[in-house]
Design a protein around this ligand. Structure first.
Ligand code: 6PG
Length: 267
């Protein structure tokens, strides 16, 4: 695994770096494989990057939108019109404005009262899109993730059963901390991706970023278990999120990940 860490000056620079990374990874995937499979992150951090992709022609134009397959990394237990919906956020900021093939936009049906069935249905959608019949794990070209202040990523929260899933690709995960179940991609799928991008923005994430990058206690934080074995992991931080970690600690984190070289500290 190659691991890169980029610290951008501020939130707008982080959004632009994320949008550029999405454009570059997806255009490269289509160039080499004819199509691209991406799992979109939810939450707020990626919102501005999605909007940039929709509104900046230098970012939007190179992407062969009709060759894209859009999935989500996770979804809350809400419907597609709910303000909390990760699907709604990505549709409103990006996908509804792009010439995507709607048959290649795969929504997680978080509102299903039987969320276990919804998880199985989503795995079937993945199987169809990846044209997979056997049990080999689908390989996303790009998985986008955020990180919570407790170290969760997607809907893989500390101490939840989904963290121990070794074969299924999508599961329903009961999260006691919020007393809700959510749908989430599992670590086998995330760690089989060609590229995983994890974003953290703002002062509120500074402490968890410090813990992620300097502590190796067991059990690992969920986001520390994101290690794409045959892929590359890119951390995108703004200065505020990186404000409690020393430069040499950042370099050590990069080196431990086997990165070819730490990228410049700014975009
Ligand atoms: C979600 C996300 C979740 C998110 C983190 C960070 O459904 O909320 O999948 O994993 O990425 O909680 O959220 P923010 O980007 O809003 O800080």
């Amino acid at each position: 695994m190659k691991r890169q860490v980029r610290v951008l000056d501020d939130a707008p620079a982080l959004a632009r770096a994320l949008a550029q990374t999405i454009r570059d990874e997806l255009t490269e995937a289509v160039r080499t494989r004819g199509q691209a499979f991406v799992a979109l992150a939810g939450g707020n951090t990626p919102r501005d990057a999605y909007a940039l992709l929709a509104n900046d022609s230098r970012l939007r134009a190179p992407i062969p939108w009709t060759r894209m397959h859009f999935f989500w990394s996770d979804e809350r237990s809400v419907g597609p019109d709910d303000p909390e919906s990760n699907y709604k956020m990505a549709m409103d900021t990006l996908l509804a404005k792009m010439p995507v093939n709607n048959m290649r936009v795969y929504r997680m049906e978080g509102e299903d009262p039987d969320i276990e069935v919804a998880a199985k249905r989503y795995e079937a959608k993945m199987r169809g899109a990846f044209s997979m019949t056997n049990r080999t794990v689908p390989r996303f070209d790009l998985v986008l993730l955020g990180v919570g202040e407790d170290g969760h990523t997607a809907s893989l929260f500390p101490g939840t059963t989904a963290l121990d899933e070794t074969s299924r690709w999508c599961v329903a995960n009961y999260v006691e901390a919020i007393n809700r179940s959510r749908l989430t991609l599992t670590l086998p799928v995330i760690n089989h991706a060609n590229c995983v991008v994890i974003c953290a923005q703002g002062e509120k994430k500074a402490d968890i970023v410090r813990r992620i990058m300097t502590e190796n206690t067991e059990p690992k934080l969920p986001v520390q278990r994101v290690e794409p074995k045959r892929g590359h992991l890119i951390w995108l931080l703004d200065q505020a999120a990186a404000s409690r970690i020393e430069v040499q600690q950042l370099d050590l984190f990069r080196d431990e990940g086997g990165s070819s070289s730490g990228l410049a500290a700014s975009a």
